[in-house]
Structures are given as C-alpha cells and as structure tokens.
Write a protein that binds this ligand. Structure first.
Ligand code: GDP
Ligand code: GDP
Length: 436
C-alpha cells in the first residue's frame, strides 16, 4: 500500500455540473447527482483512472451541507481543495459565463500556486463552444469545453488533468535510504549492552565503508536476518559514561538524541523488577517523538509465575497509552527469543510507513461516520467532510471537518483506523481542520 495516488479536487459554483462531471470522470452511470437540493451526498471522494494513471477525485459539491452565503461556501471549497489537492479542476457553466465568485476563487487558486484545469461545462454542441472561448478571460489558460451530460470533450480535458497532476513517484519512493536506524534505549542496568553484544556477537560488526553509507562513529552496523541495521549511539551504551555528577541528566539527553536519530526504538525493560516511572517515561518519549516502538521485557530467566502475574497488571496500568507497540520477552544473557526482535522490527517499521490511499481512506471514513456519527452538541453535529493521509513515518492524517471533533471521537477514529489498516508498532498523528 505504498502507492501515492494524486488528488484532483473538482470545484465550482453549485449547479455548474461538478457531480455530473465527476460521474463522467469515474466512468459510472450511477447517480452521484442528487436532485433534491440541500441533500448531502454521502461520499465525496472516488477512485479514477485515465490513460493508465490512477488518481482520486474529490467532489467538493458534496461538502458543506449547511449552506450559508454562496461566496463563503465556494471559498471554503477552494480552501480545502488547496490544502488537499495536487491539482484542481475548476468547473464553470459556459452558458452562464464568469461571475464575481468565480473570479474570487481564481485569485485564491493562483495565490496557492495550484495547477488548475479550467472546464467550460454544458457545451453540448458546437454552437456553445463560442461562449466557452470567453473564459480565456479568467486567466487560467485554455478553457476545455465539455459536456458532462453527453461526454463531449471530456477526453481532452482529462489529458490536461493528467498533465497537471504531479509525476508518479519512482517505484522505490518509500524505500529506506541505507540501513534502518535502531535505537536501543532504557534505564541503566536493564540489559542494553548485553543485548547489543548478543546481536553484534552473532555476526561480527563491520563498519561498511564500501556501501557508501555514512555511519556515525558512535553507531554500529549489524547484520541481522540477512539485512543490515544501524544501531545508534552504541558507544553511549558500551562506554557507560558514569560521571559522578549529572550522570542521569546526560544519560537522558543521550537517550532522547538517540531516539531522534532513530526510525525505530527498542525500549528495554527489566521484567524481573517492578515497572518504574522512568521506564514509562522512555516509552512515552518514543511515541511522542513519532518513532516506531518495540518494548522488550528482558531478564525473562528471572521471571517466575508470581512476577509474571504482577508484570501483567503493571503493563495494563502503566502502558495503556501504547497498546499498539509489539512486546517481546527475552533473555539477552542467553539469547533466548532474541531472534524475535528482527520480526518485531520489521512489522513496526512496516506499520510506521503504511500509506492509505485517499479513496480507501474516505470510503472507510464514510462507513465509520454512517455507523457512529459524532454526538450532537448544542443542536450541532460535527461532520468529517474529507480526510487525507498527509505523510507516513509516522502516519499522519488530516481530517477536514464541519466543526471541532471531540477528543473521545478522535480516539475512536484512531482505534478504528488501527483495526482497519494495522499500523502495528507506530504512533498515529491525527489532526483536524475544522471549518471556522
Ligand atoms: P453541481 O451542483 O455543480 O454538482 O451540478 P450537478 O452535477 O448537480 O448539475 C446541475 C444540473 O446541471 C443538473 O440538472 C445536470 O443535469 C445539469 N448538467 C450538468 N452537466 C451538464 C451538461 O454538460 N449539459 C447540460 N445541458 N446540463 C448539464
Ligand atoms: P545496561 O546498563 O542496560 O547496558 O545493562 P547491562 O547489559 O550492562 O546489564 C546489567 C546487568 O544485568 C548485568 O549484570 C547483566 O549481566 C545483567 N543482565 C543483562 N541481561 C540479562 C538477562 O537477560 N538475564 C539476567 N539474569 N541478567 C541479565
């Protein structure tokens, strides 16, 4: 799911034929068009393909159920389109011509430097084409005369749309550059250096100059599971800088800088001892830094039935914030279960880099909102109009909403996102952009 599908937003005044045109673009006869005025369409985003190029079409006509002023409504459409779209299809009714509202939108689009394709719609025959020519005045370049109703001219328009969309990313767009960067962190004496010796011991550590990767002198390159990993700031683990003064302070600085440089952090916890605040703080700081996270319970050889019982309670109580983090039990001293670390690293990194295509995300959001609408507060109900995954590593989502969503509803969305798409081992950033 690492494909990056560009987004085309279709905007324009009501009744210019946006929905009819979207239907034409997605090649479906089924009615997106609602004849009942003011009825909210339950979807706004669709998957489309033209000339072998996939893209997502967003029908802004499906937004904004509570109509206020026309100008305000169009401005809101344009604003959202500018935020989420890679290109804009601006639809004008050629039989009506340019209005003040159209000119205002054009200014917004131009300021945002979005590529725009101008569709002069309702050009059902040759005769109307003359009127379309008048749209050159908008200053958006060539107007494409189309008839959304009959399909006339839509091929040329779609060619222009594909040209306006950004080039497809290279195949290995999401592929990591160089070895994966892993930080082993945890409070003193939990077994960090023992684990490192275990990992490095299997295959001799070599700093690989030939591969051209830059390796910090404090890092170590280790072969594991047939692949190369960069363990960060291992010098800090090995040397055990033990100044009498400020040891704690420098240790925590080192920990946070290692986390910052890493893609994934393995937090080691001594499972034979009660979980401490310091353990929890380190776990939390990994999630807050937006890095993939694995929790390793070490010294499992010293964990008996009774300790296990208490540990489970401690985990339930103290680690509720990160139910998504893979947990492994191991014994660094003997190497027991250490092989499971590689599998956990792989799945955490995969979760961290998961990308949900826009169409799939909005189909999911549509279902979610239909089944569990946001609670009504003070007679008003906030709605999710559209969502997009703005980035990966960590997965970051932006929801465009009609009003502010409550924190509990945001948590609910995050939970459902995880159920649907995984994101094992990764924090998720969920942002909302309520329309003011
Ligand atoms: P939207 O509000 O911009 O989404 O507009 P719609 O797609 O709902 O269309 C508004 C009205 O214009 C509908 O009655 C359509 O049938 C009509 N319409 C859309 N495209 C065309 C076209 O190319 N030619 C003609 N003659 N009518 C059209
Ligand atoms: P660090 O300070 O986190 O790097 O911890 P060390 O690797 O230096 O380990 C601290 C102590 O715990 C040493 O005495 C280790 O031998 C011991 N230790 C580390 N891993 C294990 C383990 O899996 N089981 C047991 N029983 N002891 C361990």
């Amino acid at each position: 799911m690492s494909d990056v599908v560009p987004v085309l937003a279709v905007i324009g005044r009501p009744n210019v034929g946006k929905s009819t045109l979207v239907n034409r673009i997605i090649g479906r006869r089924e009615a997106v068009v609602e004849d009942v005025p003011g009825v909210t369409r339950d979807r706004v985003s669709y998957d489309a393909v033209w000339n072998g190029r996939a893209f997502t079409v967003v029908d802004t006509g499906g937004w904004d159920p509570d109509a206020r002023g026309l100008a305000e409504r169009i401005a809101a459409q344009a604003e959202i389109a500018i935020q989420v779209a890679d290109a804009v299809l601006f639809v004008v009714d050629a039989t009506v011509g340019i209005t003040d509202v159209d000119e205002k939108v054009v200014r917004l689009l131009r300021a945002a430097k979005k590529p725009v394709v101008l569709a002069a719609n309702k050009v059902d025959d040759q005769r109307t084409e003359v009127e379309a020519a008048g749209l050159w005045n908008l200053g958006l370049g060539e107007p494409f005369p189309v008839s959304a109703l009959h399909g006339r001219g839509s091929g040329d328009m779609l060619d222009a749309v594909i040209d306006a969309l950004p080039d497809p990313p290279p195949e290995d767009f999401d592929a990591p550059q160089g070895p994966r960067r892993v930080a082993i962190v945890g409070k003193p004496n939990v077994g960090k250096s023992s684990l490192l010796n275990r990992l490095a011991g299997e295959e001799r550590v070599v700093v690989d100059d030939a591969s051209g990767t830059t390796v910090d002198p404090v890092d170590e390159i280790v072969q594991l599971g047939g692949r190369t990993w960069n363990f960060i700031d291992t010098a800090g683990i090995r040397r055990r800088v033990r100044d009498a003064s400020g040891h704690e302070y420098y240790a925590s600085l080192r920990t946070s800088s290692a986390i910052d440089r890493a893609e994934v952090a393995v937090v080691i916890i001594d499972a034979s001892m009660p979980l401490t605040e310091q353990d929890v703080r380190i776990v939390t700081s990994v999630a807050e830094a937006g890095r993939a996270l694995i929790i390793a319970f070490n010294k499992w050889d010293k964990v008996d039935e009774e300790r296990r019982y208490y540990l489970e309670r401690e985990i339930e109580r103290e680690l509720v914030q990160v139910p998504w983090a893979p947990r492994i039990n191991l014994t660094a001293l003997t190497g027991w279960h250490v092989d499971r670390l590689v599998r956990a690293l792989d799945s955490a990194l995969e979760g961290w880099e998961t990308r949900v295509p826009t169409g799939m995300l909005n189909a999911f959001l549509g279902r979610l909102v239909a089944e569990h609408p946001h609670p009504v507060r003070g007679g008003k109900q906030s709605k999710i109009m559209f969502g997009t995954q703005a980035s990966t590593a960590p997965p970051t989502f932006v929801l465009f909403t009609s009003g502010k969503l409550e924190a509990s509803y945001m948590r609910f969305i995050e939970r459902r996102l995880r159920e649907e798409f995984g994101f094992v081992g990764s924090p998720i950033h969920l942002q909302q952009r309520p329309r003011k």
